[in-house]
Design a protein around this ligand. Structure first.
Ligand SMILES: [Zn+2]
Length: 815
């Protein structure tokens, strides 16, 4: 399951190479406006000396101490840009510990305090008018304009899309103006160029970061991103950050897509989208679409409307996933709750042929206009050459042959977050579990690139990349021969999850072989790596580690199957909640594994613990990348591979800790896991077809919190979510001064629990056991370790020999 869209700053960060793919002939008024905003120059009549000028936007405090500033030419009577050369400074203090820690990872200090020598500004507000009192006309302007004019013009490309959205906004009396878009690129004296953004239309209005490079690839380091003090109470902060592209102005209720697949790589499509406006005022609507697909027309009703297809900017999350932006500019603004039909026609070479009869869209981005994962009704029609089998999300309602082509229609049974398809020359195998049909589609061979790992950041990577060793002269595996075993594994996984998490959300599950080592769990449709279609002997020949054998042998398939519940039936709310989908899918897969192979279960958890403590080259350990709640921000130039280690590894451990705490609360129960599963099942039911946030998840566990887990008597898990979920600690625990004695005639053990390598604010529920003569350790109880030293006393058996901390390793600790 791919991750959520990133915050807007990543769409905006400068790349001078970003070019607009605007149709050249007869541009309409919106395209003409866009070009003006994009090809903007400095105005020779607006060059000034500036002295002691303050620019405050939310938590961003900029002072232009002295220097020269030139403003842009007007567009529709508005000044939207400026360039400054002189002495300036910025102060930015993130309002919470998570963002201060993130800042410190990149800067070494938790706050941003930096002098700069030049600044590029782009804004939708009255910055020009507000600066007037600090301006004195400059005498000599030619040199300044010659020196900085070209740089300004180049940087203007970056924000043109965003400014178009703000400038075309036409809010009515009841709707606030679109607010403020404000971007500064500062040339820091120590930090080099970095970007600061204030955008009231974003869920997190303030963000700051920097473009960097890792092995030649651009990567944007988001130093900090947060809801501004002033905007925090505003309703826009409440909306789903998964819909960041739509900016809370509309949602896509339904998509009807007719697709013609032409051998061997091309696709032509017509997508009819039904939009629903969620507020009034927006005229410019922005969608994402694969950069391999070009839009030829967009119609609203039957009327052609203007559109602009633009490259997304390098280094951003969107570009990493292979997507571009398409802006559609309506002739009039949307009214709240209005429904609008938009028809996109587009096409291009988006398919890859991997060999052995396997075709896929895969790494080439999203194949239909979209605003990120959001619950939508899909009605898909595909036309493709006979001889291939197509499998898509939804229920197949018709299939026929017409003019040498196969035509099939797939309708979603319920709103689903994404739609996808796979095409291949497959062998089909069927199985059934309860009412659910399982169909496996496997090819007779593996992709040409097998066994080399293709890296695709868009797809699920529940394992480390680049870990697959090369195989010398392998006998060719035959995945179709393994299809029956794959079907049985799927049926077993469905059975296990249905019993514990509630019914399978769809009527059938299709599993199709996907080239490469990566897998994805789409609604009712799993794209399963060729590596999971190997038999034990074939896998043996790959010389995989024990962990990798477990992954391809069982975990990946169970993980993608669990995404049917977590990710497909229940969607995450924003990028800070993506970890829930991944950790839940992964931990549920591990729970299935634990039933059959408890040792393997332990080995996987141990691997994750080791990975978190592992150093990245000479840099910091992986755990330092940040808490699970940073989502895709964990991929940074400091720790480029930390996303998987933290989201899957730490995320899985966090759920393991919760489960073990709940287990210990019911030690006498016939099924100590009953309470834990009851919470998961409740979450699954309550958030069915909706988005789930980390706060929602916390509340669900708090509602079921047993008395023994109430820290300081409160029915709250704030101590766990504030410090463990939103933290990065890998503590160590030790005992000191342990003494067995009697109190009021009862045997007790007293002592001090030491918590090391952890922030002073960390609270951990630690199970303590007594060692017994000639037997297994006996559970005594849990102690809340609060800070570095905690005194405790627990009842103990009179014959106890000693005390041990967490012998079953249920708490994530430093290896
Ligand atoms: Zn996943």
């Amino acid at each position: 399951m791919r991750g959520a869209l990133f915050t807007s700053v990543l769409l905006l960060v400068v790349s001078a190479t970003a070019a607009a793919g605007v149709p050249s002939e007869n541009p309409g008024p919106a395209v003409a406006l866009y070009r003006q905003l994009r090809d903007l120059g400095l105005d020779p009549a607006r060059v000034y000396h500036i002295h002691d000028a303050g620019l405050d936007r939310g938590e961003i405090h900029i002072t232009l101490n002295s220097g020269t500033i030139a403003f842009s030419q007007s567009v529709e009577g508005r000044v939207t840009g400026a360039f400054f050369d002189g002495d300036g400074e910025i102060l930015l203090v993130p309002p919470n510990p998570v963002e201060r820690t993130s800042m410190a990872l990149f800067l070494g200090t938790p706050i941003l305090e930096e002098r700069f020598s030049t600044a590029f500004f782009r804004f939708s507000d009255d910055t020009f008018e507000r600066l007037q009192p600090s301006l004195r006309p400059a005498e000599e302007t030619t040199e300044f304009l010659a020196r900085w004019g070209p740089t300004f013009r180049e940087l203007c490309v970056t924000d043109a899309f965003e400014l178009l959205r703000f400038l075309t906004w036409q809010g009515g009396a009841s709707d606030a103006a679109p607010g403020t878009f404000w971007h500064a690129r500062l040339a820091g004296l120590h930090l080099g160029p970095f970007d600061v953004l204030f955008d009231t239309e974003s869920a997190e209005q303030v963000s700051v970061g920097q473009n960097n490079y890792v092995n030649g690839a651009q990567i944007f380091d988001l130093w900090a991103s947060f809801a501004s003090r002033n905007a925090r109470a505003a309703p826009s902060g409440e909306r789903d950050a998964t819909n960041e592209l739509g900016r809370g102005s509309f949602r896509i209720a339904a998509s009807r897509i007719r697709t013609h697949i032409l051998p061997s790589r091309d696709l032509e499509a017509e997508a009819q989208l039904t939009l629903e406006a969620t507020r009034s005022g927006a005229r410019t609507l922005v969608f994402e679409l694969s950069r391999y697909l070009k839009v030829s027309s967009v119609e609203a009703g039957d009327t052609p409307v203007e559109f602009i297809q633009n490259e997304s900017l390098e280094g951003g999350d969107l570009a990493r996933r292979g997507n571009d932006l398409v802006a559609v500019i309506l002739p009039r603004p949307l009214r709240s709750r209005e429904k609008l039909g938009l028809c996109f026609r587009y096409g291009g070479s988006v398919l890859s042929e991997a060999g052995s009869g396997l075709m896929y869209v895969g790494a080439r981005g999203i194949w239909y206009p979209n605003v990120g994962p959001a619950m939508t009704d899909f009605d898909l029609e595909f036309r493709h050459p006979a001889g291939w089998t197509l499998v898509a999300t939804g229920k197949r309602v018709s299939a026929e042959t017409s003019g040498g082509e196969q035509v099939s229609r797939w309708v979603s049974e319920r709103p689903i977050p994404l739609a996808g398809f796979n095409l291949g020359k497959y062998v089909e195998v069927r199985a059934k579990t309860g009412e659910t049909a399982v169909e496996i589609f496997a090819a007779r061979g593996v992709e040409n690139s097998f066994p080399e790992a293709a890296s695709n950041p868009m797809e699920v990577r529940p394992f480390r990349r680049n870990t697959l060793p090369n195989m010398s002269a392998p006998p060719a595996p035959t995945p179709s021969a393994e299809a029956q075993a794959v079907a049985q594994r799927s049926a077993r996984a469905l059975e296990f999850f249905s019993r514990r998490l509630g019914p399978f959300p769809f009527s059938s599950l299709a599993v199709t072989q996907m080239p490469g080592p990566l897998s994805q769990g789409w609604p009712g449709l799993v794209f399963l790596s060729s590596y999971a279609f190997l038999n034990a002997a074939e896998r043996e020949r790959l010389h995989l580690t024990r962990y990798e054998k477990l992954l391809f042998g069982e975990l990946v398939q169970a993980h993608e199957t669990a995404h049917q519940w977590w990710g497909d039936a229940v969607l995450w709310k924003g990028y800070r909640d993506v970890w829930l989908s991944e950790a839940l899918a992964n931990y549920c897969a591990l729970l299935a594994l634990e039933q059959e192979k408890p040792e393997a279960f332990r080995a996987v958890l141990e691997q994750y613990r080791q990975d978190l403590a592992r150093k990245w080259h000479d840099g910091p350990p992986m755990q330092d990348a940040g808490p699970v709640t940073l989502g895709h921000r964990l991929t940074s130039s400091r720790l480029p591979e930390a996303y998987e280690v933290v989201v899957y590894g730490r995320g899985t451990w966090l759920l393991h800790m919760l489960r073990e705490m709940f287990r210990d609360a019911d030690p006498e129960s016939a099924d100590p896991d009953a309470r834990f599963y009851q919470v998961l099942r409740g979450v699954r039911e309550r958030f069915d077809g909706r988005t789930l946030s980390t706060q929602d998840f916390q509340k669900a566990f708090e509602d079921a919190l047993p008395g023994s887990l109430r820290y300081e008597g409160k029915k709250s898990l704030a101590w766990f979510f504030d410090e463990w979920v939103n933290g990065t600690a890998l503590p160590r625990f030790q005992l000191s001064g342990v003494k067995f004695s009697h109190r009021n005639g009862q045997p007790v053990v007293t002592g001090t629990l030491l918590q090391k390598d952890a922030p002073d604010t960390l609270v951990t529920s630690v199970p303590l056991y007594a060692t017994m003569p000639g037997g297994k350790p006996v559970y005594l109880g849990r102690v809340f370790a609060d800070g570095p030293e905690t005194e405790f006393h627990l009842p103990a058996p009179a014959v106890a020999r000693g005390l041990v901390i967490d012998p079953h390793q249920t708490v994530l600790t430093r290896p």
